[in-house]
Write a protein that binds this ligand. Structure first.
Ligand code: 9MG
Length: 382
């Protein structure tokens, strides 16, 4: 790296990557986003304009002396990032003022594509009755949120007219307004966001992080609803044409940080923001793997983290499976890997299977904690 702690460029920020977060670390480990995971080692990457300029790996016992050696403005930023990395994520208040999303366990967001051309389930749920039945099946299977979308954003998808998008999703959102779980609207269009919120949606999921439609920041601010800010590089039609980054993890971090600041400047409360690295959106296989392995670093943005890996192309590439609907096993493996990085929300097609995988994963953790408590109760220190 080009710089040492003493000569960092003006405005240097830090990406703090917890190395090997785990649940059964000895005392001294630091909590990850207030959840059950902790970390005992950290890679600190100094970034300037989103690009790495220096880095250092250290055990948690060395963090205080590393911070003390930084020049004061850089130290203040590193301390702020470290606090955000560890702090618990408070519940996110949903639109309507009655419900919140709490993060005591990973939440499952069920995907409902009311589109003729989505990559995996295109055409299956265009009929409102079938869409509704699918939503109810996902709720019965344990979904915590239903994400309703009327425009496909798969690579190469054609844009859809807002009126058509509205006509596809509104009957479904209206029918789900009194459902047991909140509805999120997956759209890049301000007018569609407004109509969906009027129809009963409780949050917005925007793959353009409120950049596609110039009115979308104002709509979300005025409606005081949560929004998922997803990273994407390029428009859906061209985003997989040779995407390139100098350093994908630090660039995605810096982009999401800038979008958080833009939202705050537009009057959207920070506690309404959820961030997402946008797996598969303008990324090669290598980029996706770096992001999934580096997910824990995004907790230093100080917002709950949502990830969508379900049936995506990188799973097909790794597992040599062309057909998206046959990528369930790979999707579950990737989802659990994300949970082991402290992700708060998983966006999935296969709700029942994901809920089952999470139950087994959680059961193993509970067993581990019970074993530790039993040993502590039955023995004395030696
Ligand atoms: C709409 N959509 C498709 N993939 C997605 C992902 O990974 N995250 C979010 N937030 N939305 C997505």
């Amino acid at each position: 790296m080009k710089h040492s702690a003493g000569d960092l460029p003006k405005g240097t920020d830090f990406v703090l990557l917890p190395l090997a977060p785990a649940r059964d670390l000895p005392a001294g480990a630091m909590p990850l986003a207030g959840g059950p995971l902790a970390f005992a080692h950290l890679r600190a990457i100094a970034i300037s304009e989103g690009r790495p300029v220096a880095s250092r790996e250290m055990p948690s016992s060395e963090i205080a002396s590393w911070l003390a050696a930084l020049p004061p403005p850089a130290r203040a930023r590193a301390e702020r990032r470290l606090d955000a990395l560890q702090a618990p994520r408070p519940p996110v208040p949903l639109a309507g003022g009655k419900r919140t999303l709490g993060f005591a366990r990973p939440l499952v967001m069920g995907i409902l594509n009311v589109t003729p051309d989505s990559f995996s389930d295109g055409g299956r749920f265009v009929d409102p009755a079938r869409a509704l039945a699918q939503a109810q099946a996902m709720i019965a299977a344990g979904a915590d949120i239903i994400d309703v979308g009327g425009e496909s954003t798969r690579p190469g998808a054609r844009p859809v007219w807002e009126e058509e998008e509205r006509e596809r999703i509104l009957p479904v959102i209206e029918a789900l307004a009194d459902a047991a779980v909140p509805v999120s609207v997956d759209t890049r269009h301000a007018r569609v966001m407004e109509a969906a919120l009027d129809a009963g949606a409780a949050m917005v999921n925007d793959v353009s992080a409120l950049t596609h439609d110039p009115d979308s920041l104002a709509v979300v601010a005025a409606r005081d609803c949560p929004v998922v800010l997803m990273h994407a590089r390029g428009e859906p039609q061209r985003m997989q044409d040779n995407p390139a980054y100098e350093d994908v993890l630090t660039e995605v971090f810096a982009y999401l940080d800038a979008r958080i600041r833009a939202c705050e400047a537009a009057g959207i409360a920070r506690e309404r923001l959820i961030v997402d690295p946008g797996i598969g959106f303008g990324k090669t296989l290598r980029h996706n793997l770096t992001l999934l392995n580096g997910l824990a670093a995004l907790h230093a943005l100080g917002a709950p983290l949502l990830v969508g890996v379900s049936r995506k192309r990188f799973i097909g590439a790794l597992a040599r499976e062309e057909v998206p609907a046959r990528r369930l096993a790979g999707s579950l493996a990737a989802a659990l890997a994300a949970v082991d990085k402290g992700v708060q929300i998983l966006r999935v097609h296969d709700v029942a299977e994901t809920v089952q995988a999470l139950a087994v994963h959680q059961g193993l953790i509970d067993g581990l904690l019970m074993d530790r408590a039993a040993v502590a109760a039955a023995t004395r220190p030696c």
